[in-house]
Design a protein around this ligand. Structure first.
Ligand code: MG
Length: 450
């Protein structure tokens, strides 16, 4: 069977692996699994997005599916459209999220607006390999252009925050859209919330002339300096398809994704009347867990991956969840990473509690070392079993890979889903402990592999 889906849909270089032919055939397979339709399609600003969208749409229509074309909108705007329109049976997003401009991707959305499960993705791969029969000429589908899906999404986001409180706070933000899918929606959000916004990289441009679309610190130096220059209350940055959001504090400090999740969890624990539970993964820093407990909540940890987090939130009735990469899910809106709502809620945090940096300074400090070590695919489970034996006297968690919890920190070994390597995370309050332990696990893996 063709293995096409990675952790975030099908990805590849446009006109390389991700060709028109592959896209068209994938469109047919999606129709077979997510049909009968209508199926909604949307795209980011990439140079190749028009081409891939056309090819996938042709495949869908050849199977008799009606295509709702939302144009260029963020991934969560597409997901919101699929969720609220009961007759729509699925969605397709053309994006490679944070990857360099030559890449593109196809991401599939279930009828309820959530990311497709591995089972659905396997079914699409299976259908791709079969000789699917197209419909007769008089049943071929058509494309309906849908206007206003981005605006409808933003209206829904505005309805989920205390907009009056935000308007009264008279805030200034600097917003970096990375020339990606948020260029129309997030500036509109600022306008609707009555927030003064300085917008960076606000033109749609698939060459990403401002910086690459991954919202990591080295790409956000202009955002950091602009926050300081204009004296803004907050800096906001999205990735290419705006399902994720990271922040810069009022003093111009870059806040990694786990800090954003910590602050938004605190806001949620303090304002929710329901269950005070946060869902995240085994890889999340204890810093966030401590902050959640301090705010009166609890943290539940799952395997890595936002669909896993979302499913657990649904099962447990948890109001918020997410990962340390800026992908945050809010149960009162939709069960997917929601870049615009994360932005709106952090603005609400600033409106309620004042200086973001002051609250960041109050968070507990941990040192987390992330590294990777080579390991052949077929020896990964052997290595994990040997390490579990070696550390049997410690607390072991096998939710995802192997997590060993010591009295003064933890180590997580996670097999990469795409490469022959382990990712190793080592965390402790003591930087020396974190560093030494990371090194000793690299050596452990090497010695087990001989
Ligand atoms: Mg993304």
């Amino acid at each position: 069977m063709s293995k096409m889906f990675g952790t975030n849909g099908i990805r590849g270089e446009a006109n390389g692996y991700l060709s028109c032919e592959l896209s068209l055939k994938t469109g047919k397979a999606i129709a077979e699994v997510l049909g009968p339709g209508p199926i909604a399609i949307a795209m980011d600003t990439r140079v190749s997005s028009d081409m891939i969208r056309s090819a996938v749409s042709a495949g869908l229509m050849s199977m008799g599916v009606e295509v709702h074309d939302l144009g260029m909108v963020p991934t969560p705007a597409l997901q919101y459209y699929v969720k609220i329109n009961e007759d729509v049976t699925g969605g397709v997003m053309i994006t490679a999220s944070h990857n360099p401009p030559e890449f593109n991707g196809i991401k599939c959305i279930s009828a309820d607006g959530t990311e497709c499960s591995h089972e659905e993705e396997s079914a699409i791969e299976d259908a791709y390999d079969r000789d699917l029969k197209t419909v007769p000429w008089d049943r071929i589908g058509s494309v309906i252009t849908i206007e206003g899906a981005g605006e409808a999404y933003i209206d829904a986001v505005v309805s989920k925050v205390d907009a009056d409180l935000i308007r009264k706070a008279d805030l200034t933000v600097v917003l970096d859209c990375a020339n990606g899918a948020s260029v129309h929606t997030s500036p509109l959000l600022m306008e609707k919330l009555g927030v003064r916004a300085v917008v960076l990289n606000g033109e749609p441009d698939g060459m990403f002339p401002g910086h690459y679309s991954e919202p990591v610190e080295e790409n956000l130096s202009e955002l950091k300096s602009e926050v300081v220059r204009v004296g803004a209350d907050l800096g906001i940055a999205h990735d290419g398809d705006a399902d994720r959001c990271v922040f810069v504090s009022d003093t111009g400090k870059y806040l990694p994704g786990d800090v954003g999740l910590a602050l938004l969890s605190i806001l949620c624990m303090k304002t929710t009347e329901g269950k005070k539970q946060v869902v995240s993964t085994v890889a999340l820093s204890d810093m966030v867990e401590d902050a959640i407990i301090e705010a009166g909540g609890t943290l539940t940890r799952t395997a890595v991956g936002s669909p896993v987090v979302a499913r657990r939130m649904i099962e447990d009735g948890a109001p918020i969840g997410g990962e340390d990469n800026g992908g945050i899910i809010f149960a009162d809106h939709q069960f997917c990473r929601d870049g615009a709502l994360a932005a709106a809620r952090m603005i609400e945090f600033a409106a309620r509690y004042g200086s973001i940096q002051k609250h960041v300074d109050a968070l507990p400090e941990y040192c987390t070392i992330k590294t990777a070590v080579y390991c052949d695919e077929n020896r990964k489970s052997y290595v994990i079993d040997r390490l579990a034996e070696k550390y049997a006297s410690e607390k072991i968690d096998r939710t995802d890979g192997l997590k060993i919890i010591f009295s003064d920190g933890w180590v997580l070994l996670r097999p990469s889903g795409t490469e022959p390597k382990f990712r190793i995370y080592s965390e402790s309050k003591d930087p020396k402990v974190a560093k030494d332990r990371s090194q000793s696990f690299v050596e452990d893996v090497a010695s087990i592999l001989g």
